[in-house]
Design a protein around this ligand. Sequence first.
Ligand code: 6R9
Length: 648
Amino acid sequence: MSEQLVFQPSAAAIARTHVTKDQYEQLYARSVSDPNGFWAEQAQRIDWMKSPTIIKNSTFQYPDVSIKWFEDGVLNISANCIDRHLVERGDQVAIIWEPDDPKAEAEYITYAKLHEKVSRCANVLKSLGVRKGDRVTIYLPMIPQAAYAMLACARIGAIHSVVFGGFSPDALAGRINDCDSKVVITADEGRRGGKTVPLKANVDKALQDAPGVEKVLVVHNTGADVLMKGSRDVWWHEAAAGVEPFCDPEPMNAEDPLFILYTSGSTGKPKGVLHTTGGYIVYASLTHQLNFDYRDGEVYWCTADVGWVTGHTYIVYGPLANGATTVMFEGIPSYPDVGRFWEVVDKHKINIFHTAPTAIRALMGAGTEWVEKADLSSLRLLGTVGEPINPEAWMWYHKNVGRGRCEIVDTWWQTETGGVLISPLPGAIATKPGSATLPFFGVEPIVLSPEGRLQEQTKAEGVLAIKESWPGQARTIWGDHSRFVSTYFETYKGYYFTGDGCRRDEDGYYWITGRVDDVLNISGHRLGTAEIESALVSHPKVSEAAVVGYPHDLKGQGIYCYVTLMSGETSDEALKIELRNWVRKEIGPIATPDLIQWAPGLPKTRSGKIMRRILRKVAENDFGSLGDTSTLADPAVVTDLIENRQNR
Ligand code: 6R9
């Protein structure tokens, strides 16, 4: 599809926009030339207990990287997301909860109710011994208690670490131990797509390897019979009934930690990305308002899970800071049928709908009759996030879901960036299918050659880096600042390196081409090849494994595993199934291998390094251009790999 396809903002979008095209250009120029002035003004959208006088104090200078914003400001995020709305919109719905089962009752939680629920949870956490600065792991399904728990932590100054409910007990234990959580919040079970997920049983298993946990707070969700361990396990509803329905928000310094979120990197175990208070909430609320052109009274639905950063910033913190009505959906797009998203849009009269390209591609494959059946006239704007969107999926979304009327907002960002960095502002920026378009205020993207040369001409291709700090950015990796510095600031000194490749076209538009490191993006979920490899080699029959991504029609990328077995083991279908299940058990279902190839040997350099470039090419079926193979220790290995490739 042509890059020349350009969609100008609709007249309706122009008429209502918070930011016009001219204002975007002027404000953008100001935001980068005078960050202190620009962000001092933007900070006023937040209620501060003490206003900040120092705005930006950040340097990307290697190795002394230090990121601080609003550092003498004092505030509480829970008060900003709840209390300050009570006078004007106590009776307005803050959260609409749509259950997995369409026949079950939806819940409408007003800001007044949210205040009570969060306060009670905060008091329960205090009664369990949680103090400011303590870590609390949240392992919950998409139920309102997930938002209550996050906000309750923020209210008392505890640092939450939300772990996606699809992760295995092992993965959960690793994350609990890494940040030393004393308290875990979970549910008896979760529900998803008509199935149940044994969350409490998973926690029980995880805690065998996480002895530091003292208390487990359990939501009574499905009513399943679960084991409650005497002094350790506490029912949420019982504890909440016994505490006061109000709790003073703790004064927090702008740079006090708000949350840790584990995400995959190219090497080693997942990193605990740390976000702090002031800069994060200013950035989350501003980007939520401007990227979606959010107005009071609109119903906004982001289909992400709170276990990912999108759920943090664009289901909970950004929308609630703006006094929005935000939808939490417990289910999946295909249950009970592939019309579910559109039914929910119709049912709750959604104005702004935000989802991932992988969901769009899957629903596109299901045919247009599902979309046509529903009344989608409430929709005004459609967002996408999580991975590059192919122009075909963009066009399908625009034509069939948006019926040609809705702005499409492709938002590029990362767990580490806290909020959107590149995205069209509706009503201001023309869109091109497949491009995330232009940077947000204060964001200075640059394109570097892989060797690190700055590409100064507008039209350029290379790796994407960011020149200067913005308020929403992660401050460090929990317990490992040197890993933070080496991961993001060492390869291209003086810049934040995103790990993504990109093109910049003649209009300065950014086209993200995907990761250039060993991070996979499977249906919008981030996974490190190293994590999957280490799960595979922990199986007693596996001697070596190398994992790469390959193009996958629905998932964007699929997981391709090359596995070398211990000598004497039989390479058969039964073992492939066993290994697939093994990885699911070790990490979780999202990491299930798509293709496994038995590899008697892996292509290695003479110094023993696996040549992943070759493995990627074979997995992509592109072995005509393997590049330089002269450093291979044993070239015959490659012939075998090509003959036995799985992705034909
Ligand atoms: C928010 C989120 C980050 C990685 C990122 C990039 C990919 C996200 C994208 C996109 C192209 C978009 N990504 N949004 N690629 N266009 N609109 O997804 O965070 O889970 O940390 O993933 O996802 O590769 O580097 P996270």
